[in-house]
Design a protein around this ligand. Structure first.
Ligand SMILES: Cc1cc2nc3c(=O)[nH]c(=O)nc-3n(C[C@H](O)[C@H](O)[C@H](O)COP(=O)(O)OP(=O)(O)OC[C@H]3O[C@@H](n4cnc5c(N)ncnc54)[C@H](O)[C@@H]3O)c2cc1C
Length: 325
């Protein structure tokens, strides 16, 4: 019996989200010598999206229905409950995103399908599925074996898998939509754009991320001077926003922005995974932290162990000196 891998396509306003390509890369690896890799696309007038997906899957199951034009977890649940029970894929991959976590738990319950959430990776060994998940607030990675079943639902954290070109040419199979009635208790209303701040931290080549380690807002001006002196912008971890020291548009991380600058300097940031998710794509990462065991050092290319209140003035001095020279 073949063991197919399904990937639920995530798209918004006609654009396929990056997580989909990450999942298709993993799905390709898992499906080799076992079965086929199928992208499951729920949407309306999907031609443009299909063109983008074709090189990444062997089959695209295309469910085209005007009610699927915008994401609605209730409709997704109806479509996917039917599809998964009928086709019985071995693993169904979806993103650990606002999209995926909106329908995965109820889908799992509705069709009695084991669900492993927020995974960093997964593998199959002798027909047993193992997922890698973080526990204790991200301090330990655990490997979990899933109990025997015909299939599994696995959500994968964005950014955990590097997407690769797999150079396939997908066959498109139209699947009729099982949605019979309109749902009126949950409706898409409109997209609300996030308020734009003065600085777009995603556009800067040098980003200085400051964390709770700066202790007080009176230390902000020192950090602003530092950012200015090396031509960067200030960004921050969530506690800095919670404390009201910087605005939300400066927050980096899973509930903030993702930045990919040439240089990211993390100052007084511990390196919680929610923060790291938003900055690990930087070309070079420098961390300044007084705790040599801070997790941020595991993602940093360069580290300075020291008190930022002493390190930053010294760096400022040195930069001024070099500029003068
Ligand atoms: C659903 C959810 C979403 C979240 N989303 C985000 C997100 O988008 N972005 C985000 O950042 N967090 C997010 N968080 C919070 C996250 O889990 C961490 O709590 C947060 O990132 C910690 O921020 P921090 O590193 O600034 O503070 P802390 O963890 O308190 O770390 C402070 C660090 O500063 C160091 N330090 C202290 N004093 C000094 C000094 N004088 N000199 C040098 N170093 C010093 C300490 O050693 C420590 O490592 C989220 C949490 C949840 C539950």
């Amino acid at each position: 019996m073949t063991k197919d891998i399904f990937v639920i396509v995530e798209h918004r306003r006609g654009e396929v989200r990056d997580i989909t390509f990450e999942l298709l890369t993993k799905g390709y690896e898992l499906s080799r010598d076992r079965g086929k890799l199928l992208a499951v696309l729920l949407g309306f007038q999907n031609e443009k999206i299909i063109d983008k997906l074709k090189p990444f899957a062997e089959t695209i199951l295309n469910i085209d229905d005007e009610r699927l034009k915008e994401f609605n977890a209730e409709y997704y649940q109806i479509v996917l409950s039917n599809l998964l029970q009928e086709k019985k894929p071995f693993i169904t991959l979806l993103g650990q995103t606002a999209f995926g976590i909106d329908f995965a738990p109820s889908l799992s319950t509705a069709i009695d399908l084991p669900y492993s959430s927020d995974c960093l990776d997964l593998e199959i060994e002798n027909d047993t599925v193992f997922t890698e998940r973080q526990i204790y607030g991200g301090k330990i990675n655990s490997r979990i074996s899933l109990a025997e079943n015909w299939g599994y639902l696995v959500s994968v954290r964005p950014g955990s898998i590097a997407p690769r070109d797999v150079e396939l040419v997908a066959e498109v199979v139209d699947v009729s939509s099982p949605i019979k009635e309109d749902i009126d208790y949950r409706k898409f209303m409109q997209y609300v754009e996030a308020a734009k701040g003065e600085v777009d931290i995603t556009q800067s080549e040098v980003v200085i991320g400051i964390g709770r380690g700066i202790k007080e807002d009176k230390n902000l001006s020192m950090m602003e001077d530092f950012a200015k002196s090396i031509g960067g912008v200030l960004a921050c971890s969530r506690p800095v926003v919670d404390a009201g020291w910087l605005t939300k548009d400066r927050q980096v991380g899973s509930s903030g922005k993702t930045v990919k600058p040439k240089l990211y300097i993390a100052v007084g940031i511990s390196g919680a995974f929610q923060h790291v998710m938003g900055m690990k794509g930087a070309d070079t990462i420098v961390a300044i932290n007084k705790d040599p065991n801070a997790p941020i050092f595991t993602v940093a290319n360069y580290g300075i162990v020291g008190d930022l209140l002493q390190v930053i003035p010294k760096l400022n001095e040195k930069i001024t000196e070099l500029k003068g020279a």
